[in-house]
Design a protein around this ligand. Structure first.
Ligand code: ACO
Ligand code: ZN
Length: 443
């Protein structure tokens, strides 16, 4: 399967690129910018003048930018800042690569931009926004107030723009968590006293975060947690799952939300974690249980959501943990005797993971099943909501609409082909190791 690019992770000082760079960028860079030894005739005075008249570039400008793959890609300037001790036009620019996900947005230097490609029409909406940078009451309420996570689909176009404006520049660039240093992906609304920190240090067990390494070292000497707070509801080999009640462990729940938001874009963070349960997946060794990922789940969902947010921490991604967490959420739904669906919208990576999981689970059943089977029966067997079954089978072109009814057409050869394309199965959930009863409000 192909790869979607994500930022980098460092362990013991060595940096690894997590996924292959996307292709693209047949734009020809200026001779001086690609490092090639070519003889360049002096720049005509007129060109120089034209270029410097553009500087500093306006927010909203579209231009080509040299990325870490050495190629030029179209970007939009999101923000700019003057460099300390700089000559008048020396600015850094925060850019969004318009072909890629927002997690790859970054600060770049002027020399990475090809000024000959500048499109002079500045995006008006961005300009409007820049003049009203301060937080609106609406945003403030959303951040200060309580409750659940809301997806973008519930936001109207104006609120969506506000969200993008308020979260446009990543605030924390890296975090240290356990033995990893991880580049962050998105903005997360940490309390104001962390505004001036580019890096935060997390205790990997209680998830408290600090501005300085020495503070973390002092904390680690005192912190007596060696696993997430709450009940261990699953253990198989070195894998454990803990259920954390947001009401009983408020600070942990809030810390987890701050941390998770660094890797989740389309979610608005709220601080009242009372209404959620957190299922934290850990790899355990003699030093303790190290968080690998988690999902959150509303205690009561009117929309039959069985999962609100899901995250595998970047160092652990693409190893099957995401599908394990998804499978786990459906095992809980089966125990509750309910069908479930993830909260929308799904991110690009979330959608890929769910599509892969749904495809594998449904096609495995269809392969083994003799005779007709209905969507309702599939839903009862898997706890996957009927709509998700329908869209999955439709996207695989396994559904026909005959005489007012959806009919599943499952040719074994076609099923095998789809199963092969759906990627690996992920880590299995051994249901016999799950010791859990559904949540009941204690009076
Ligand atoms: N490039 C291409 N395909 C990918 C990538 C990638 N970078 N990452 C995941 N996939 C696809 C693949 O099909 C993969 O299966 P394969 O490896 O067998 O080909 C499948 O998704 C899942 O792979 P897993 O290893 O099981 O999942 P992972 O542990 O990487 O976790 C997750 C997936 C949770 C979505 C992770 O990417 C993540 O945490 N992303 C950031 C947060 C996020 O976007 N969460 C979902 C938001 S939606 C919501 O919360 C309801
Ligand atoms: Zn701690």
């Amino acid at each position: 399967m192909g790869s979607i690019d994500t930022p980098t992770i460092t362990e013991n000082g060595s940096t690894q690129l997590q996924a292959a760079a996307p292709s693209g960028g047949d734009h020809k860079p200026p001779a001086s910018a690609n490092g090639a030894q070519v003889e360049v005739s002096p720049e005509p005075e007129a060109t120089k003048k034209r270029r410097s008249s553009m500087l500093p570039l306006e927010v909203g400008t579209r231009v080509m930018c040299r990325w870490r793959d050495g190629k030029y890609h179209p970007v939009k300037v999101i923000e700019r800042r003057k460099m300390p001790y700089a000559v008048p036009y020396d600015y850094e620019y925060y850019v969004h690569y318009t072909e890629f996900n927002r997690r790859l947005d970054e600060w770049v230097k002027l020399e990475q931009l090809d000024l000959d490609s500048v499109e002079t029409v500045v995006d008006e909406k961005v300009e409007d926004k820049v003049t009203s940078l301060k937080m609106t009451r609406h945003q403030k309420r959303k951040i200060d107030e309580t409750h659940v996570e809301v997806g973008h689909e519930e936001l109207d176009a104006a609120s969506l723009r506000e969200h993008e404006e308020f979260t446009k520049v990543k605030n924390i660039a890296t975090i240290e968590l356990g033995r990893y240093e991880i580049e962050t992906w998105y903005f997360s609304p940490f309390p104001p006293e962390y505004n001036d920190s580019l890096k935060l240090y997390f205790c990997e067990f209680c998830l408290n975060f600090m501005k300085r390494k020495e503070q973390l070292q002092r904390h680690m000497r005192k912190c007596d947690l060696k696993h997430p707070p709450g009940d261990e509801i699953y253990r198989s080999g070195t894998l454990s799952m803990f259920e954390v009640d947001g009401k009983k462990n408020k600070v942990y729940g809030q810390n987890l939300c701050y941390l998770a938001k660094l890797f989740l874009d389309h979610k608005t963070l709220y601080y009242d974690v009372d209404l959620f349960l957190f299922y934290v997946l850990c790899e355990c060794d003699d030093r303790g249980c190290h968080m690998v990922g988690y999902f959150s789940k509303e205690k009561h969902s009117e929309e039959s959501y069985n999962l609100a947010c899901i995250l595998t921490l970047p160092p652990y991604q693409r190893k099957g943990y995401g599908k394990f967490l998804i499978a786990f959420s459906y095992e809980l739904s089966k125990k509750e005797g309910k069908v479930g669906t993830p909260e929308r919208p799904l991110s690009d990576l979330g959608l890929l993971s769910y599509r892969g999981y749904w495809t594998r689970v449904l096609l495995d059943i269809l392969k083994k099943h003799k005779g007709n089977i209905s969507i309702k029966e599939l839903s009862d067997m898997t706890a996957i909501k009927a709509e998700d079954i329908l869209t999955t089978l439709q996207s695989l072109e396994l559904i026909q609409y005959r005489k007012g009814q959806h009919v599943i057409c499952a040719d074994p050869k076609v099923l095998d082909r789809h199963l092969k394309a759906a990627g690996r199965g992920g880590l299995e959930v051994d249901v016999s190791k799950l010791i859990w009863t559904p949540y009941k409000e204690q009076s």
